[in-house]
Design a protein around this ligand. Structure first.
Ligand SMILES: Nc1ncnc2c1ncn2[C@@H]1O[C@H](COP(=O)(O)OP(=O)(O)OP(=O)(O)O)[C@@H](O)[C@H]1O
Length: 282
């Protein structure tokens, strides 16, 4: 295996460029590798990538390229286990639950009828989410039976993952959530993400606004536990401040975006990620 790093991408966002620049500044031999051009022999031949920082946006590209490279002995950040666990909200939920990490109540059903039945029993509102996905896409707040029928029926004709009805309690929280960036054993920076106008979701991709958040001991502890739960190395932990239950973790991101966190906190996250990756190679 060659020394140095590879940044594996399928789209170059601010994050990937910043990683490359940080590595260049540190004089680290780094390649940008477009996953779309990658061809991996699934045998025992050697791969010449050094440490790979996995940054593909596509869930399937990310998961499968990690599996192929890691299977051939390449160190990938994050690992295949982390991609599997953190890439799926239900899998993450079960692990958080097992480790006693507070997380919103959620339930799963596997048919339209059972989903409607669950909503009837549990009451409205509830949040429906695809188990795999990001940027708030396909996430809806279900406010009543009519919208439940419309939303759930529309999912019946989609790709089979949308017929796994993952439903979460609507967390009674301020109009914001928390994104904390964990590198190794440290929460290096955190922000509040406030929802944009006429929007309950707080994703930056949906017009949300970011503000710096000072990392408390409580936040640090819960984020480190959440990271360990998914066997993560560099992750973004998303939390909400439940008025009844305090901090609850609703997601761990294994190829986390951090542009807004760098912008509002001034913390040089890409440089820290590069240092972490280089240390892993030693
Ligand atoms: N159970 C919930 N109760 C209240 N608000 C929620 C709940 N789940 C999610 N949200 C809001 O919706 C937003 C999107 O949810 P979530 O983070 O699960 O989706 P995502 O598609 O994985 O987004 P990203 O990849 O940006 O983290 C959250 O940032 C949060 O503000």
């Amino acid at each position: 295996m060659s020394s140095g790093l590879s940044i594996l991408y399928d789209t170059i966002r601010w994050e990937e460029k910043a990683l490359f620049d940080a590595a260049k500044e540190k004089g680290i031999n780094t390649k940008m590798v477009d996953c779309k051009n990658l061809s991996i022999n699934l045998d025992k031949s050697k791969e010449d990538h050094g440490i790979v920082i996995q940054r593909c946006v596509s869930y399937y590209r990310s998961l499968h390229s990690t599996a192929a490279l890691e299977g051939k002995g390449v160190k990938v950040i994050n690992s295949l286990n982390t991609s599997i666990f953190a890439g799926n909200k239900l899998f993450t939920h079960m692990l958080l639950l097992k480790k006693g990490i507070p997380t919103p109540f959620s339930a799963v059903t596997f048919s339209e009828e059972s989903a409607l039945d669950l909503l009837d029993k549990r009451g409205y509102p509830m949040v429906i989410k695809p188990t795999v996905g990001s940027w708030g896409r396909m996430i809806a707040m279900i406010k009543d039976k009519e919208s439940a029928e419309a939303i759930i029926e529309s999912r019946e004709s989609m790709y089979p993952i949308y017929q796994v009805y993952y439903l979460e309690e609507f967390v009674n929280r301020p109009p914001r959530d928390i994104r904390a960036i964990v590198i190794g054993d440290r929460v290096v920076a955190a922000i509040y993400r406030y929802s944009g106008e006429d929007q309950w979701k707080t994703n930056m991709a949906l017009g949300g606004r970011a503000e710096e958040l000072k990392v408390t001991k409580e936040l640090e502890d819960i984020c480190i536990k959440a990271k360990e739960t998914v066997q993560g190395q560099i992750v973004g932990v998303d939390l909400m401040e439940s008025k009844e239950n305090g901090l609850v973790v609703h997601e761990v991101n294994n190829t986390t975006e951090y542009k807004n966190t760098v912008r509002v906190t001034g913390v040089n996250i890409p440089a820290m990620m590069i240092d972490y990756a280089v240390n892993l190679g030693k």
